[in-house]
Design a protein around this ligand. Sequence first.
Ligand code: ZN
Length: 505
Amino acid sequence: MQRNFEETLHSFQELVRRIKYYNEALAVVYWDLRTGAPKKGVPGRAKVIGMLSSEAFALSTSEEMDAYLSYFSDKENFDKLDRVWKAVVLDSKKEFDRFKKIPADMYKEYVILTSEAESVWEDAKNENDFAKFSPYLEKIVDFNIKFIERWGYKDNKYNTLLDYYEPGMTVEKLDRIFGELKQRIVPLVKKLKESKSQPNDSMFFKYFDIAKQEELSLLILNKMGYDFAAGRIDESEHPFTIGMTPGDVRITTHYYTNIFHSALFSAVHEGGHALYEQNLSPELDGTPISTGTSMGIHESQSRFWENIIGRSYSFWSCYYDEVIKLFPEQFKGVSLEDFYKAINKVEPSLIRVEADEVTYNLHVMVRYEIEKALINNQIKVSELPRVWNEKMKEYLGVEPKTDSEGVLQDVHWAGGSFGYFPSYTLGNIYSAQIYNAIRKQLPDFDELIKNGELIKIKEWLGENIHKHGKLLTPAEILKSVTGEEINSKYLIEYLEDKYKEVYNL
Ligand code: ZN
């Protein structure tokens, strides 16, 4: 590259932006596909997705990109970059190496395999037929093991997969963390189950008008500081958040006429994700680091709003009146205390996405242990139904009668997302650590919630976590917010304290 530094930087920035724009376009198409695209338009739209993503992929792995990355990785040039572009170079290099180490035809074969596997998985789940899905899963596991051999690994093959979703996370740390959770949460669940004071949540399963549910969700999202001029809420089968730029972060929820709290907590959860994306610093615009730093930190934001704030007594002492105003018949004679206990009912169940905040981590632990064993060739795919059921029985005390409500329930493995599940529990752990830190820095934290001044909490999160995007690693964010490394103690204590009170233990 003959040009001077400034010119080279300028054209590198153009290339980076081009990739970002492809990804933004992809996100809009993807959102459309899941929120309202007409059925007959789906196959055509899928082709657009295929084309746009191969263009973005080609640019990210191009010789042009290779040349820029070697130019800017050179120490003299690297030192001249500002901190944003240093981070962009490192991030793009990571992505480049990841893709470049996999031969193009191998990658293509894998993409086709996983997209087929997702539809086979759907049928297998509907028909309760694990044998139908297992040959696909075997191939996906084999591919992942082969990828790891090419990417390289340290200490444990599974570390490479973990690091993709949660940079810096390792099996060694997770084994310790899950060990600590297992030791305290399994007995806690048992005690809650045996308590004579069981919350009654039967009032949640009556008829709830969707327009009124929506009104309540919008009221709370507004209070949280979700900016509707930079977003919108729609309905989809499974709730999700998608951020194009901080100026366009959309969320979805799913309304059920016969369940009061499902859509509401989905909206609060996705709202937590969305606040992160809406409050990224403008200096990161147009770069790949204008997003959450990891899946775990992202999840900490949604869980913080959904569980720590949204399932707190302080929160409902502010908003329960609104609930009664909207649904006077359904909540007739239900006190704030009863309502609070009902939204915090703990019940070991078979399905992860329906799990409460106490048992949720045990569902994740089952998946973590299985993934780790699969990737290290310690169990075979054919053994999964048995292993799954044994672990469910051991940790949650419940055993699926069918594979549909057992090993087949989640789409992640069909899509090849090994290493993703632990993010959910990391999110819970981080959120409890953040909760501990925020209460020290905002001593009137509970009062703020009781008074509906959630905006101040949003601002604190924005300033301490959101604005950094990927400029800081998950560990750096955690350290700067809490002064500590990951520590499961806060989550364990939060759960023990809260639920001993809810269950009168
Ligand atoms: Zn989430």
